[in-house]
Write a protein that binds this ligand. Structure first.
Ligand code: NAD
Length: 529
């Protein structure tokens, strides 16, 4: 424990992000092995090879769509691929394929489903470097972080390969002498899965691993910015021997997403919707799923508070803040979005946080060695960060460091720290989803909790304190689904991921994640005397 809480030195937080024990620095340039064009950092990287797929994957085969849409590298704007723009017809066909495969898949013994998931995991590990390069190309995150995501993503397949065999029912002591009461757990059926671009691989396996282990079949609609990782996973699922129709992928453009989403939410053959993305989209899907009363899991937006109490170790708080805020350039739903710092430690924290940002973060192309901050996903995301900063500064906030677009390119933004921030500013009222850390000064624990809990969402929350009584009090009172105590990174496959309030419904990963794909059936045996 002591070692985990030790201050993280330069780049060490990135190592933790890449699951630490993750890959060492590569002996050759990370883009070696890609096509020549890719060596110019960001041209059309990897436009061939077995993992490079641009068609949909339905019923075990690659399918075209009437149209295609471009997928671009957010670092350079270069086109990476023209991907099948699946519409309602393709979505319906995918649902049908998943439905038809369902009976056979749910009858496969749990152990064998686990073996197939494990094979899929092993193939991900064998291909981890290429899969990571795909993520960096389509999402922009630094290659080191992408490598970490692939290990994290594969670990969900491994975890649920093991959990498949632990789907136990129950025998309930009956109150009637001539009855026996049993509980069976059964797969819900076809699960439609809609995922975001910020973790192009892990957001898929976290859902699909649980679904397949439970005996469900799936239709995945990946984000339009990052469909290539989902399609590479389809290729590997196929190689692993996952039967036709069990894992289907229907990429589509943003223009098609509402129609495809509506089909998935209303088709009676779909039993379950699992979504990760914004709260606004989640609400649309919830409404659409209501008519056919589908099961739903929603992993929605966050607005994580990061509280530093006077009793905190300031260096550890700074390390935690750096990791929690700037991973994936601030584009994770568990990124700290509001820093609440008690008045006694405030000045020291702000000064050291600013120093650490300047010393440890480097903006650049994700394929470049040493980059810690890749581009934001698109210009809209950059504009939102700008809007939040302009609003805060116009109301009296001070820019401690950063504050503007980075000279590297139009989607790049300087890691930014604001002080003198108040709760009336936009950046403390909604998720920024970018590299902006606004610091609010507070006086008392009550005040910090009131600010933290004033949000209508509650995904993750973090605080730093060395007072054991305060640690218990605050951990219990924070209105969030996940709490980091003296820790800025908390995701782990064996721990439940999810939020309260408008951050969503249900939990993913962990022993609880599989329940989202299981029905409880009560069986009453009568006349037994
Ligand atoms: P988004 O909601 O715009 O898009 C997410 C997915 O939904 C994409 O696949 C998109 O194509 C699809 N989509 C959009 N509109 C749709 C519609 N009308 N019908 C069907 N599908 C539709 O979110 P985003 O911009 O991709 O991701 C950023 C947001 O996601 C942030 O708010 C972040 O907090 C949240 N997020 C949450 C988690 C979590 O686990 N809670 C994880 C990652 C991201």
């Amino acid at each position: 424990m002591a070692a985990r809480l030790a201050p993280r030195s330069s780049r060490a937080w990135l190592t933790a992000v890449s699951r630490g024990r993750g890959p060492p620095l590569l002996p050759r340039p990370p883009w070696a092995g890609l096509l020549p064009a890719a060596r110019s950092l960001g041209a059309a990287a990897m436009s061939s090879g077995p993992l490079w797929r641009s068609e949909g994957f339905v019923g075990g085969g690659w399918v075209k769509a009437p149209a295609v849409f471009p997928v671009r590298n957010p670092a350079t704007g270069a086109e990476l691929a023209q991907v099948a723009d699946c519409g309602v017809a393709e979505a319906r066909a995918a649902v049908r394929a998943a439905y038809e495969a369902g009976a056979a898949w749910s009858a496969v013994p749990a152990k064998e489903r686990g073996v197939l998931l494990r094979k899929w995991h092993n193939l991900m590990i064998e291909n981890k470097d290429d899969l990571a390069k795909l993520i960096t190309a389509e999402n922009g995150k630094p290659l080191r972080e992408a490598q970490g995501e692939i290990l994290y993503s594969a670990a969900f397949l491994e975890w649920f390969a093991e959990e498949a065999r632990r789907i136990y029912g129950d025998i309930i002591p009956s109150s009637a002498k001539d009855r026996k009461s049993l509980v069976l757990k059964q797969p819900v059926g076809v699960a439609a899965i809609i995922t975001p671009w910020n973790f192009p691989s892990a957001m898929i396996t976290r859902k699909v691993g649980a679904a397949l282990a439970a005996g469900c079949t799936v239709v995945v609609k990946p984000a339009e910015d990052t469909p290539l990782s989902a399609l590479a996973l389809a290729e590997l699922a196929n190689q692993a021997g996952i039967p036709a129709g069990v894992y289907n992928v229907i990429p589509c453009s943003r223009q098609q997403a509402p129609a495809v989403g509506e089909l998935l939410c209303t088709d009676p053959l779909v039993a379950k919707i699992s979504f990760t993305g914004s709260t606004a989209t989640g609400k649309i899907l919830l409404r659409q799923a209501a008519d056919t009363v589908k099961r739903v899991s929603m992993e929605l937006g966050g607005h994580a508070p990061f509280i530093v109490f006077d009793s905190a170790d300031v260096d550890k708080a700074v390390s935690g803040a750096l990791a929690s805020k700037y991973r994936n350039s601030g584009q994770t739903c568990v990124c700290s979005n509001r820093f609440l710092v008690q008045k006694g430690i405030h000045d020291a924290f702000v000064e050291k946080f600013a120093q650490a940002i300047k010393k440890e973060l480097r903006v650049g192309n994700g394929f470049e060695e040493g980059t810690t901050q890749g581009p934001l996903i698109n210009e809209k995301a950059v504009e939102k960060v700008e809007r939040h900063i302009d609003d805060a500064v116009s109301q009296g906030a001070s820019v401690v460091t950063g504050g503007k677009r980075h000279s590297y390119g139009k989607n790049f933004f300087e890691p930014t720290l604001l002080s003198n921030v108040t709760t009336s500013m936009l950046c403390t009222q909604e998720e920024t989803f970018g590299p902006l850390a606004p610091v609010i000064k507070f006086n008392t624990e009550e005040e910090a909790l009131a600010i933290a809990n004033s949000a209508n969402v509650g995904l993750a929350g973090y605080f730093f304190s060395r007072d054991p009584a305060q640690i218990w009090r605050v951990a219990e009172r924070l209105e969030v689904g996940m709490v980091g105590v003296n820790e800025g990174l908390l995701s782990a496959v064996e721990c439940p991921f999810g939020g309260v309030k408008q951050s969503g419904l249900g939990r993913e990963g962990s022993k609880y994640g599989i329940d989202e794909y299981l029905e409880i059936k009560y069986v009453c045996f009568g006349g037994l005397q």
